[in-house]
Write a protein that binds this ligand. Structure first.
Ligand code: SF4
Length: 351
């Protein structure tokens, strides 16, 4: 592509851009004037290029604040981003997230150019299962439909019957159990166990769960919950579905990132603690400046690989490694499983 380099801002434009970033909430997240100016020099150029290149920038809620607030056209969880990418009319998608997300965007938009600014951004959960593992699961559990979490490679999605996200997994599994007594869920063990507890399965029904995990969410434990409840009376504690099921009984809410933000928006509590990747808490602080957040979060080493300089590079002159391709037949098969997710997530509820 390489359709030209972005011009550099004048001092006045740079100062105005730094003010814009500050006004969006970066100042409140601890960015000093120097940080804001450094970010502004890149966000100004990135935003200037997007229109001429007909590019959109989706960003996952775990991305760095300067990306989420400074350049993203839409922010969301995996499900929201997959949907918005499918609806987008842009010619290029510069995906600020990790590889499986960019692959999903490419699968849904085969005619568009999809770029992943940080080509090394993998995911421990996605890497915990292969397409061969799914084929072996099928052979071991004949007749049981296979639902895989969206945090999987294109090849793994291609072997599944349906893809799910944390926002719609419960609904989709209920619909599968309406017709089957056994359902396979992969790869997140803790999420599978959290879902199994919610499903109230009838005798004879079984959710067969793979043993993968997320390096961020597997580390939260009960000790911190007790400590924070004592220090912050009235605190509402929300945990992500990828956390250990043992935590569910100790907290106020278990769900995906979108559900956690909706909970904060609707409720009134003196404090909130979001036990997930730190990016969500930072975003929540900028969205709900009148609410108080206490921090008990962890950084995802993959999500934080993306920086503004790489986003600019992907727009101006993408490296070969930044281009995302998903070869056939895996792409077509995975597209079928993702489309099935849209049908089941948005159709009538199951049992
Ligand atoms: S937070 Fe966990 S599931 Fe999400 S990208 Fe990072 S390692 Fe993967």
């Amino acid at each position: 592509m390489a359709e030209g380099k972005a011009p550099r801002p004048t001092p006045a434009e740079l100062a105005a851009e730094a003010d814009r970033l500050k006004g969006l909430g970066l100042g409140g997240l601890g960015y000093c004037d120097r940080d804001l100016e450094r970010a502004a020099a890149l966000t100004w150029r990135i935003n200037g290029l997007k229109g001429s290149l007909q590019a959109v920038i989706p960003a996952h809620v775990y991305q760095r604040p300067e990306i989420l607030l400074g350049v993203a056209d839409f922010q969301g969880d995996s499900y929201q981003l997959a949907k918005l990418c499918a609806e987008s009319r842009a010619k290029r998608i510069v995906f600020c997230g990790v590889r499986f997300m960019a692959e999903t965007a490419k699968i849904l938009n085969p005619e568009k150019e999809v770029l992943l600014p940080a080509p090394g951004a993998g995911c421990s959960l996605s890497e915990s299962i292969t397409a061969g593992d799914v084929r072996r699961l099928r052979a071991r559990h004949p007749g049981a439909p296979v639902a895989v979490y969206i945090n999987t490679s294109a090849e793994v999605k291609g072997e599944a019957d349906v893809v799910v996200t944390s926002a719609n997994a419960e609904r989709i599994l209920r619909r599968l159990f309406a017709e089957h007594s056994r359902v396979v869920f992969a790869p997140d063990e803790f999420m599978g166990r959290n879902l199994a507890a919610k499903l109230n399965k009838a005798p004879g029904e079984e959710l067969i769960i793979w043993k993968g995990s997320c390096v961020v969410h597997e580390r939260f434990d009960a000790f911190a919950i007790a400590l924070y409840r004592k220090s912050y009376p009235g605190v509402r504690i929300l945990v992500h579905m990828e956390c250990r099921p043992e935590l569910a009984a100790l907290v106020d809410f278990v769900g995906g990132t979108g559900d956690m933000l909706a909970y904060v928006q609707k409720s009134r509590a003196p404090y909130y603690m979001l036990m997930t990747e730190c990016g969500l808490g930072e975003l929540a602080r900028t969205r709900f400046p009148d609410k108080n957040f206490v921090f008990m979060c962890r950084l995802c080493p993959y999500m934080k690989l993306t920086g503004l300089a790489q986003v600019l590079r992907a727009l101006e002159n993408p490296a070969a490694a930044q281009r995302v391709e998903v070869p056939e037949p895996a792409a077509g098969k995975a597209r079928g499983a993702i489309r099935r997710m849209f049908e089941l997530a948005e159709g009538p509820a199951g049992r």
